[in-house]
Design a protein around this ligand. Structure first.
Ligand code: 5GP
Length: 209
């Protein structure tokens, strides 16, 4: 049987470059599967249904919550966002490393349900740089940008609940480091509890021989 994949949750300040980081990670290494979230927000220019998100209406989203189809969900800036459960389970069982790019409320729900999940937080080098990147996207109004900066202040308070920081200054470096962190997680003691139990048993057997 193939070993179960690592479930990695990537959150970060809005505008920190999470989306670009995640897409490059998926493109460069073939062991990753990206979970496509569902959202009730309207598509931005260039966004495609089933590629960037599954864009669905509020009643359909709420029905998915009721019928237990979501691994986690949260409300963000007046819209629902959530992770469909089935795809994540399928991919992890097939031995693929799954990436969720979600905000912190969802991240903590995932950690509660699946404690082996790895929580990573992406940050730009400074607050000024964050504002510069948000303005540079030209996808949001000044009011929305202010909303995202306000949210960033809240997010800064919960960073310490994450396991690793990803400093997104040079993108290529950040992609490589992200890959290394995820692959190293495979050697963590907690993920290898079954192996350690087996060694303990073997050692005992040897001693008794
Ligand atoms: P955006 O509207 O910029 O695409 O995403 C807004 C926020 O929602 C981002 O912080 C993004 O990480 C988060 N997000 C995207 N998909 C999900 C999801 O499935 N669940 C949760 N909890 N947050 C999500």
């Amino acid at each position: 049987m193939k070993e179960r994949g690592v479930l990695t949750v990537i959150s970060g300040f809005s505008g920190a470059g999470k989306g670009t980081l995640v897409r490059k990670l998926i493109d460069e290494y073939d062991n990753y599967s990206l979970s496509i979230s569902m959202t009730t927000r309207a598509p931005r220019e260039g966004e495609q249904n089933g590629v960037h998100y599954f864009f669905i209406d509020k009643p359909t989203f709420e029905e998915n919550i009721r019928s237990g189809k979501m691994l986690e969900y949260a409300e963000y800036q007046g819209n629902y966002y959530g992770t469909p459960k089935e795809y994540v389970e399928q991919q992890l069982s097939a031995g693929n490393d799954v990436i969720l790019e979600i905000e912190y409320l969802g991240a903590f729900q995932v950690k509660k349900m699946l404690p082996e999940a790895l929580l990573l937080f992406v940050t730009p080098p400074s607050a000024d740089e964050l504002l510069r990147r948000l303005r540079g996207r030209h996808t949001e109004t000044e009011e929305q940008i202010r909303g995202r900066m306000k949210r960033a202040i809240e997010e800064a308070d919960i960073v310490d609940k994450y396991e690793f920081i990803l400093l997104n200054d040079d993108l290529d470096t950040c992609v490589r480091e992200t890959h290394e962190i995820i692959q190293n997680a495979k050697y963590s003691v907690s993920r290898n509890a079954a192996f350690i139990d087996e060694i303990k048993r073997e050692l005992k057997d040897l001693k008794e021989e």
